[in-house]
Design a protein around this ligand. Structure first.
Ligand SMILES: Cc1cc2nc3c(=O)[nH]c(=O)nc-3n(C[C@H](O)[C@H](O)[C@H](O)COP(=O)(O)OP(=O)(O)OC[C@H]3O[C@@H](n4cnc5c(N)ncnc54)[C@H](O)[C@@H]3O)c2cc1C
Length: 548
């Protein structure tokens, strides 16, 4: 397995520059000496970033175990999961918990594996070959636990984390309401103090895992004003799970309304502080966005694997359709977009781990660590979810009419992928957030121009956006800058066909950057595109069609 994920899109370099352990040691040294700051990619180009190929041997074994779990335990059950067969998903979560997958990055002291966020994300990527299982385990091990890990006191963590990390309990995160989605802080669920209890009333909407959850992290406003977070057990009287939503995709997952009618919550189940629930909710979402990006890569990788196998078997005009230039072009572009998304996500995960190394320990440090790379987390979420849509859409096209039927798994991937652009903050609100934060993070410092894309971003930043459309363009340029730089730094280290993936990516990113700039009313002249050997690039995908 070692190196299989590298070989996915790219044969390993002939000679590795250093052993994985040496790379980790060097990375850790730089961590301790200088924790990086959020958005520093805008002002300098690092000599070296973490790339997915840097996961060490023992880490790869864990990733391999996650992949095996997906292939052997989850994928054979997909049809039954989609029918919501009684007990099937909770049983799978328990099995995953026995292997440690339900608390990968939760503290060891409370039953988790205590691993870093980056490895946890990579493991989650490989647990995500089926998106319904992915969201179920992603929520219970991620936003269902992270608020507790970062902001909980000893008693709260000791009471709830071990059962969640073991997969004995399933967790859920209840923020959204019927009338407050994107505008989450306008929630109307109320909490009132009555003696030694909090009494909660309200309706939570779209709650993933609701049908199976034993534990809900619920956001409510004390006296209708002070936004706060509460630890609510399913067994508390007054917690009511409504009917399952009939969704476009993720049919094997559970999504329901949860109504709270005079639910009495012990006073000690207030998480963090009164009126500071937004810190819990938003930091869970920061890390959730990063994890969601990894969850987008899993199905995208699987879609490339499935469709490249199909393209080599399906014959038209006397030859495999894989040989046609326009099909080759699809695989090359899918691989290039995947290569950049993957580079960006695991670069970010390593930065988050650095921040946790440097700051975490108490609530203030945990909060700082979770916040430092919030812009990068948003960029990963937006870019990876859009790359996932592009890749799965093209993969379905490779199947022709068969792709439009439920007989092939690509239709399920197509339906399932759509929600990635909607939850964990829609891509629109993430763009608004990025555009708002970037000038603040820069604080007047100039953007370092190291590419055509970053040059366009520097030009865009010379003025303040005067509309949301302009802010969106600024966000797009920032995302493209981070993606291009991440892809380039990865390609420089790997060489070989990685360089071709990057060249292809740059051609695409430059055009996108010029389009974004035109939305700001600024002209730009595109550099000549790099010549691409489509056959070589698509052959690299075809030969390694298992990609993993
Ligand atoms: C399958 C599924 C699972 C989910 N799981 C959970 C969960 O476990 N827990 C939870 O709390 N929530 C969950 N959600 C809710 C999800 O987070 C929300 O759907 C999402 O935040 C969007 O809110 P909304 O649906 O109310 O859309 P709205 O907020 O009404 O947005 C509608 C459209 O308007 C746009 N828009 C809104 N405001 C702005 C703005 N200021 N600027 C520009 N555009 C804007 C949006 O981007 C979107 O395109 C889930 C949703 C789904 C579909």
């Amino acid at each position: 397995m070692v190196g299989r994920e590298v070989a996915a899109f790219c044969p390993a370099p002939e000679q590795s520059p250093a052993t994985p352990d040496a790379i980790i040691a060097a990375t850790m040294e730089s961590i301790v000496s200088s924790p990086a700051a959020g958005c520093s990619f805008l002002t300098s180009t690092p000599e070296r970033t973490f790339i997915p190929e840097d996961f060490a041997g023992d880490e790869r074994l864990m990733i391999q175990a996650a992949e095996e779990f997906s292939r052997k335990e989850v994928l054979p059950l997909v049809e039954r999961l989609e029918k919501q067969e009684e007990g099937l998903m909770p049983g799978l979560i328990r099995k995953a918990g026995e292997l440690g997958f339900c608390g990968v990055d939760s503290p060891e002291a409370y039953g988790g594996l205590g691993l870093g966020k980056n490895l946890a994300a990579r493991i989650l990527e490989y647990l995500s070959l089926d998106a319904s299982f992915s969201v179920t385990i992603g929520v219970t091990s991620g936003i269902g636990q992270v608020g507790l890990s970062l902001f909980g006191n000893e008693e709260q963590k000791a009471k709830y984390l071990p059962r969640l990390a073991a997969g004995e309990w399933i967790g859920a995160y209840a923020l959204s309401e019927p009338n407050s989605g994107t505008d989450a802080l306008s929630a109307t669920t109320r909490a009132e103090r009555r003696g030694d209890k909090w009494v909660l009333n309200g309706t939570k909407m779209w709650i993933s895992n609701a049908k199976w959850a034993d534990f809900f992290l619920v956001m409510a406003k004390i006296d209708g004003e002070r936004f706060s977070a509460f630890l609510v057990e399913r067994s508390f009287p007054g917690v009511k799970i409504e009917r399952e939503e009939h969704k476009l995709g993720l049919k094997g997952s559970s999504t329901s309304r949860v109504t709270l009618e005079d639910v009495e919550v012990p006073i000690e189940n207030l998480l963090h502080e009164e009126g500071l629930g937004h810190q819990v909710a938003l930091n869970a979402l920061n890390l959730g966005r990063f994890k969601l990006a990894a969850m987008c890569l899993g199905p995208a990788r699987h879609a490339i694997e499935l469709s490249s196998a199909y393209a080599q078997e399906r014959r038209q005009f006397g030859q495999p359709i894989a040989q046609f230039g326009l099909i080759r072009q699809k695989f090359a572009e899918m691989a290039a977009r995947f290569f950049a998304a993957e580079a960006m996500v695991y670069r970010t995960g390593a930065l988050i781990d650095e921040a946790f190394q440097a700051y975490a320990g108490d609530v203030a440090g945990n909060r700082r660590a979770a916040e430092e790379f919030s812009v990068e987390c948003s960029m990963c979420k937006v870019f990876a979810s859009e790359a996932q849509d592009f890749i799965i859409d093209e993969a379905l096209q490779v199947y022709g009419g068969y792709g439009f039927t439920e007989e092939f798994p690509i239709a399920r991937h197509f339906r399932d992928a759509r929600v990635s652009r909607i939850y964990e903050g829609t891509n629109e609100i993430n763009r608004v957030f990025i555009a708002d934060r970037v000038p603040k993070k820069l604080a007047g410092a100039p953007v370092q121009v190291d590419s055509f894309v970053s040059e366009q971003l520097a030009r865009a930043l010379e003025r303040t956006p005067s509309s949301q459309v302009e802010a969106g363009a600024l966000a797009d340029l920032t995302i493209l800058t981070y993606a291009e730089q991440s892809s380039r730094l990865r390609a420089e280290r790997l060489g070989g066909c990685a360089a071709s993936f990057h060249a292809l990516f740059v051609n695409w990113a430059n055009v996108e950057a010029a389009r974004a700039l035109s939305r700001l009313g600024l002209p730009s002249s595109l550099p000549a595109s790099v010549k691409v050997d489509w056959d070589a690039v698509s052959d690299a995908v075809y030969t390694k069609r298992r990609i993993l």
